[in-house]
Design a protein. Structure first.
Length: 257
């Protein structure tokens, strides 16, 4: 049963384990039969660590929103400069924190046939951001009791400032500080996916065993790079959501590994 069908969970703790009891409703059964699952966290599971991508996995985004907004300013074909598959060298540098937001805005102005303010550029650039749905955040809260969970995101200072502010306003706390054992952002790490060095840095800093670690991303080039350093990796694609990767007992769905 997919975890999205769970409608209640509670936690019992003992010194040697954590037990989560979930009450689930089968949506396929008209009788709405209720079943109880006991989840025992132990040290025998194959996967002990999960590294999540952010945009397109946890955070809903839409690349086309950026191109649409810049098109309204007269910058046509922006999707050729920035997409999930590829982007310009200047945007790469911005995502690695090697040029400032001011330098990036000047780069955008060099592409525009009309003068653009900082606010116009930031609004267009942040148009990609949609939201993190509450059920997805709740799922992460459950997963952190069973796995060591990390975040590794290609992002930039303009987007980072917006989504951290918006999410704190929505949820009342820093979800990256609270939910993940550690969150890695490319502009702070100064390495962006798919460079293998980024994965290696996380593995080394956290003392992870690659064979016990799963990386989940929606970009095939990032998944391929993770596998080159020995990580298990899953490509989230075809409209699949993060919630569909886990069963009601929080075990990975068959076929993920």
């Amino acid at each position: 049963m997919p975890v999205g069908e769970c409608n209640k969970f509670w936690i019992e703790t003992k010194p040697w384990r954590v037990k989560i009891r979930t009450q689930c409703v089968s949506l396929q059964q008209q009788s709405k039969t209720r079943k109880l699952y006991n989840i025992y966290i132990d040290n025998t599971m194959a996967i002990k660590n999960i590294i999540f991508d952010l945009g397109g996995v946890i955070y809903d985004i839409r690349y086309e929103n950026i191109a649409d907004k810049f098109r309204s300013y007269g910058i046509t074909d922006f999707e050729k400069l920035y997409s999930k598959a590829s982007q310009t060298d200047t945007i790469d540098l911005f995502e690695e924190g090697k040029i400032s937001p001011a330098d990036f805005r000047d780069y955008i102005r060099s592409l525009s046939p009309v003068p653009l303010t900082d606010s116009q550029i930031d609004d267009a650039w942040n148009a990609i951001l949609i939201d993190i749905p509450k059920p997805r955040l709740e799922l992460l809260g459950m997963l952190r009791l069973k796995y060591n969970i990390f975040l590794y995101s290609n992002t930039n200072q303009i987007n980072y400032d917006r989504f951290t502010t918006d999410l704190r306003a929505k949820y009342g706390f820093d979800i990256f500080e609270v939910t993940f054992k550690k969150a890695y952002f490319s502009q702070l790490l100064q390495i962006r996916k798919p460079k293998p060095e980024g994965f290696k840095a996380i593995i080394e800093e956290q003392g992870l065993l690659p064979e016990e670690t799963l990386f989940i991303d929606d970009s095939p080039q990032h998944v391929a790079a993770a596998r080159t350093v020995g990580l298990n990796a899953y490509h989230l694609t075809g409209g699949e959501t993060m919630e569909q990767l886990f069963m009601c007992n929080l075990e990975l769905r068959e076929g993920v590994l």
